[in-house]
Write a protein that binds this ligand. Structure first.
Ligand code: BG6
Length: 519
């Protein structure tokens, strides 16, 4: 029996336009659609990767005409047209749009329309069915860019209306945004509900970190080169640091962030994607389920901790007012829709162990925070010291560890940080960097990171999407920390514009280590 279209996966053909499809964007008036999804569709149009028969249908409860809806989306693109393609100082919303070409927009705009409807009303789904019937294809993608409380509601109603039934000649796929659950139990429940009405091959659980070039490049660097494999293990690696530092605060998302916090917002999803890419075993192939299986295995190998151990191995921080890049900003408790006595963490650092053959004994230190001194997402692989120092009788007393830095954003690239002799008659050493910057080698087109993910969903390639077990393994690894934090609500304050709370430095110092300095 032939595979259903959802099961067809081909990472090889990346130059052909995606197949015809009706792309329904539930939550059409939300920020995600305006800031990331439509700009991505625009970029895909620029790259000739969308079919002329694509239909993009925004679904939401507001009353608006097709023209007004398109104009609102165009306004956002235009407003960002004068901004540089990638401004390292800017937040993510200012990136990814390199300038708007009106002719290019004119190709995409007529394919965008609007459907007014309540997500909880069955008539919305009849209208969705009518739109599909009226289009030239029965293929459909339902993108849930909604608040998480609507995920099951929308999926159940899609199923009830028969809209999730695939045929030999048509696919039906659902993209589920994060947050996917708020702990292990809610993630399991959500998976159970979803898989009750559709196949795993129809579910595209998105994590936008997997759309980032540098994140995908970790796999290519590791598995397309023999160089790295030789030292990519516990014989040579002392420990690994994974950092995602942001300069932005919680912006308009106070009420969401209050119940979420830095741990839930960043760790089981984005930081674990980075951990999986750096720590997984080589997959047998790049595609299908091979990559997802290796990622699931490595996340499942994270050592479970008791809540007591979790407390000892973590630090929670919350930003106070301070100066970020010359701008005075308020503290978290002064932000809109945040409780004045809130104990939600805006920073978290933790130590994890991965109990497998390759990484036994190698700690993984993770940290993420808002309102930090710099915006920087990077992985620092710290190597063990040289086995002995032949420089004992010289002026060189202390040698620094060697690092391989994988720079995810901004200024994407990789570099080795090691020591060299300073020119001169005396024997003195200095730290130097030998690196590769993406911008030096490749003409980088502006992108939001969602282009690859949207295109992959259209062609039915799930490699870069989260499988149910990946999600649940991630939540299982952080559950002891959630439990511990629920009991001990203390947060350590840090001034906005700094590198986070003092406790984070102490977490590594205790092990005789320190964080790689953020540039
Ligand atoms: C989102 C989080 O998933 O990722 C945000 O909800 C965070 O709080 C963002 O700011 C970070 O993404 P990026 O691509 O800027 O690192």
């Amino acid at each position: 029996m032939a595979d259903s279209p959802s099961k067809i996966s081909s990472r090889a053909s990346r130059t052909e336009a995606a197949p015809p499809v009706n792309l329904f964007l539930f939550g059409a008036h939300g920020d995600l659609v305006k800031r990331l999804l439509v700009p991505s569709l625009y970029n895909l149009t620029r790259d000739g990767l969308l079919t002329d028969t694509l239909q993009v249908i925004g679904v939401d409860h507001n009353t608006v005409t097709d023209e007004d809806y398109r104009e609102k989306l165009a306004e956002f693109l235009r407003a960002h047209a004068s901004k540089p393609a990638s401004n390292p100082k800017a937040g993510p919303e200012a990136e990814g749009v390199g300038g708007m070409d009106e002719a290019m927009w004119a190709k995409l705009a007529p394919r965008i329309s609007y459907l007014e409807g309540d997500f909880l009303d069955d008539s919305t789904y009849s209208a969705v069915a009518d739109r599909i019937k009226a289009s030239g294809t029965r293929n459909a993608i339902f993108y849930l860019a909604t608040a998480p409380r609507f995920f099951c509601e929308v999926i159940d109603r899609l199923a009830k209306a028969g809209l999730l039934e695939e045929g030999q000649d048509c696919f039906r796929r659902v993209v589920v945004e994060k947050p996917f659950g708020s702990d292990l139990q809610t993630a399991r429940d959500l998976n159970t509900n979803i898989l009750r009405v559709m196949e795993e091959s129809q579910v595209y659980r998105i994590d936008h970190y997997l759309g980032k070039e540098t994140v995908q490049n970790i796999m290519v660097s590791r598995f397309a080169n023999s160089l790295f494999e030789a030292f990519w293990n516990n014989h040579y690696v002392d420990h690994i640091q994974i950092t995602s530092a942001e300069t932005v605060g919680v912006e308009t998302r106070g009420s969401f962030y209050e119940r979420t916090g830095a741990l839930r917002d960043m760790v089981p999803n984005h930081l674990f994607q980075l951990l999986a890419m750096v720590a997984m075993e080589p997959p047998a192939a790049f595609g299908g389920d091979a990559v997802r299986s290796e990622k699931a295995k490595v996340i499942a190998a994270i050592r479970p901790q008791t809540p007591e151990e979790a407390l000892l191995n973590s630090v929670r921080g919350q930003y106070c007012d301070g100066d970020v890049g010359g701008t005075v900003v308020p503290g978290y408790r002064q932000e809109d829709r945040v409780a004045p006595d809130s104990t939600t963490e805006t920073y978290v650092a933790m130590k994890l162990m991965v109990d497998n053959w390759r990484w036994a004994g190698v700690p993984f230190y993770l940290r993420t925070g808002k309102r930090m001194r710099v915006r920087n997402t990077q992985i620092a692989i710290c190597f063990k010291p040289a086995p002995m120092s032949p420089f004992r009788s010289t002026s060189i007393h202390q040698m620094q560890p060697n690092y391989l830095i994988i720079q995810i954003q901004p200024d994407e690239g990789m570099w080795f940080d090691f020591q060299a002799k300073r020119p001169g008659t005396s024997l003195e050493i200095d730290n130097i960097e030998m690196g590769f910057s993406y911008a030096d080698f490749f003409a980088m087109q502006p992108s939001t990171g969602y282009e690859t993910l949207l295109y992959d969903c259209m062609i039915g390639d799930q490699t870069l999407f989260q499988r149910a077990d990946n999600i649940e393994n991630g939540w299982a690894a952080v559950q002891p920390f959630l439990d511990a934090f629920a009991k001990d609500g203390s947060v350590e304050p840090y001034a906005a514009g700094t590198d986070g709370p003092a406790g984070a430095a102490a977490l590594l110092k205790r092990d005789g280590r320190s964080w790689y300095p953020l540039k």
